[in-house]
Design a protein around this ligand. Sequence first.
Ligand SMILES: Nc1ncnc2c1ncn2[C@@H]1O[C@H](COP(=O)(O)OP(=O)(O)OP(=O)(O)O)[C@@H](O)[C@H]1O
Length: 209
Amino acid sequence: MVEIRNLSFQYASHTPVLRFPDIHLKEKERLLILGRSGVGKTTLLHLMAGLLTPKEGLVKIGDVDINTLSDRALDRFRGRHIGMVFQNNHALRSLTVLENIKARLFFSGKSMVDKDIETLLGQLQIGDCKNQKINELSVGQLQRLGIAMAFVHRPRLLLADEPTSSLDDLNCATVLQLLKQQAEKNKANLVVITHDKRIKSAFKNVITL
Ligand SMILES: Nc1ncnc2c1ncn2[C@@H]1O[C@H](COP(=O)(O)OP(=O)(O)OP(=O)(O)O)[C@@H](O)[C@H]1O
């Protein structure tokens, strides 16, 4: 469950106040957020992840008003309950695919047996690359690793920032399908922000900032 109410943010006193529409997502609901460049999509995603503190308003994930948490508790909450997929993958270049997944699990304080990790990698069609270093992966494989890293700790909220804009039509459709499948499997909310209009029809729930 995600609730956003009366949310606003300001980067600095001389910059405009960004205001965001109210959002209410029930369990497993998915949302696509569209908007032109500079309108505040990434800012909203970062507010939902607790990476930025709002000027005003509420961000509630499950039963938790995330802005009432201490910095430390918020870091722990994010590590355990939120997964993020970025346009450019944040995997550690010196590690292999498998080592990156294990590092992500370690930092979230959760565990998964090797067999289940391999199943996840297989579902994302990167099982054969598990011992490859990050710089040996294609763009599509790297994007799928980003999804694996966002889901491996079974978050209740998955936030994806432009997950498809650097992909061709085929990889775009595949990544979208995988995001939806994994969210469904984890009963997680999925929020995607993009200006990639190709994916609009894949979501029932769409808002434009
Ligand atoms: N660190 C910052 N300091 C000041 N202003 C910022 C900062 N980051 C972003 N902004 C401004 O805030 C506004 C919203 O930025 P944001 O990155 O959220 O937009 P966006 O919709 O995600 O854009 P894009 O689609 O181009 O990524 C923009 O006008 C941007 O210039």
